[in-house]
Design a protein around this ligand. Structure first.
Ligand SMILES: Nc1nc2c(c(=O)[nH]1)N[C@H]1C(S)=C(S)[C@@H](COP(=O)(O)O)O[C@H]1N2
Ligand SMILES: [Mo]
Length: 388
């Protein structure tokens, strides 16, 4: 067990010396990105480099099912995790019809709802990272933002909101903040989460309250939520304006700034496990707020594609867990693919998602978009199949 890496589950990590590994072929193939830091730094250094900028990817061992466990759930923040006292905690809501404060008890006493959703960092799997573990799916529970606003007599004049975290950011010294329009929060059915997968919200996840915004990239899912500020124009804080922005070419050929928003259509291979002479590929497909119709898999670098088996979110969640179809609208589908007895050698593999309305996951990045966010194109991985 001495060689086990801290970020990789025991089922994926080499737990024996190399000589033993040679005697017994691996039960799981390493999925090596073809680009970005993950490729250049490798499996050991890459997580260390990520940690230095406060990014922790979901470990491979937990990457196959419909729910990501609380322990090991990906993390991305600005280093500081404030310790919030549940007794003195107050959520301030301003700029609405009747501004007020809520204690934690007030929030607990309001009607709760549930959502299961993909939470994805806007930069997940971009060309610089290469890997794609800044993603997770959990069941979040608590009062909806609508319930909160109703308890404040409605939004009043507010057409936009800024949500402020209680985490101090060095230099700026103010909490993390991100804003969206009322329409975006309404369409996404945003929720103030007090529980995650049925467990109390852990401190790194934003205890006592975090916002979740189904369908929108997770820079908007403000942790340690302390203040919901109603505004009459778009919030133009540093993260809205400068950090999470791409450039898009207009039909007139001008490049304009575009803020990261709705999660695009995407899929990925998450694990490749031995099953006799075959290998079982699993993965997820999600995004664009659309029903996933099919997922194709290529094990020959894109020359041929074959359909995977698909399980929609409703195969795993439903009324029994207090979840309606709408509460699952931004959840991922899980897919599996049996790769029949490949010969030993190097392969380049990937998955590609297709939505019910015909949209296909991009093979190449959109040439009209430049930047680090919402890079949804097919994620190729190199694997080495050992001799049987
Ligand atoms: N208060 C606060 N909320 C935050 C952040 C932060 O730094 N501070 N980071 C955001 C970003 S960029 C992402 S990707 C998600 C990550 O959520 P997680 O750490 O629970 O996975 O939280 C978002 N909410
Ligand atoms: Mo993020």
């Amino acid at each position: 067990m001495s060689t086990r890496s801290p970020t990789i589950d025991s089922t994926t990590a080499p737990s024996e010396p190399a000589s033993a590994a040679l005697a017994r072929p691996p039960e799981e193939l390493e999925l090596r990105p073809l680009e970005g830091m993950a490729r250049w730094l490798g499996r050991i250094l890459h997580p260390i480099a990520f940690r230095m900028v406060s990014m922790v990817e979901q470990p491979l061992g937990t990457m196959s099912g419909p729910l990501s466990p609380v322990k090991g759930y990906f993390r991305r923040d600005r280093h500081r995790h404030p310790k919030v006292d549940a007794q003195t905690y107050r959520l301030k809501v301003t700029g609405v019809a009747k501004p007020r404060e809520f204690t934690l008890e007030d929030l607990q006493a309001l009607p709760w709802e549930n959502r299961v959703l993909v939470m994805e960092c806007a930069g997940n799997g971009n060309h610089m990272m290469g890997s794609a573990g800044l993603i997770g799916q959990a069941k979040w529970s608590g009062p909806s933002l609508k319930t909160i606003l109703d308890a404040c007599g409605g939004p009043g004049d507010a057409t936009h909101f800024a949500c402020h975290g209680l985490d101090p950011i060095p230099l700026i010294r103010k909490g993390y903040h991100y804003g969206l329009s009322l329409d975006e929060y309404t369409r996404s059915r945003a929720l103030l989460a007090l529980r995650m997968n049925g467990e109390p919200l852990p401190r790194p996840r934003g205890f006592p309250v975090r916002l979740v915004v189904p369908g929108i990239y997770s820079m908007s899912h403000v942790k340690w939520l302390g203040h919901i500020e109603g505004k009459t124009k778009p919030h133009m804080g540093v993260h809205n304006r400068f950090v999470f922005v791409n450039k898009r070419k207009t039909p007139e050929g001008k490049w304009v700034k575009e803020q990261a928003r709705w999660i695009g259509l995407k899929s990925m291979v998450t694990r490749c496990l031995r099953d006799g002479d075959d290998w079982l590929l699993t993965g997820w497909a999600w995004g664009a707020g659309k029903t996933i119709a099919s997922v194709s898999v290529s094990v020959d670098g894109g020359k041929t594609w074959d359909d995977a088996e698909l399980e929609p979110p409703s195969a795993h969640f439903g009324e029994a867990e207090g979840l309606s179809d709408a509460d699952l609208e931004h959840a991922w589908s899980v897919w599996t693919y049996r790769w029949r007895a490949p010969a030993a050698g190097e392969y380049v593999i990937a998955s590609r998602a297709f939505a019910e309305d015909g949209e296909a996951q991009r093979l190449e990045e959109d040439p009209a978009v430049k930047g680090h966010f919402n890079q949804t194109r097919v994620k190729w991985r190199q694997v080495e199949v050992p001799a049987r």
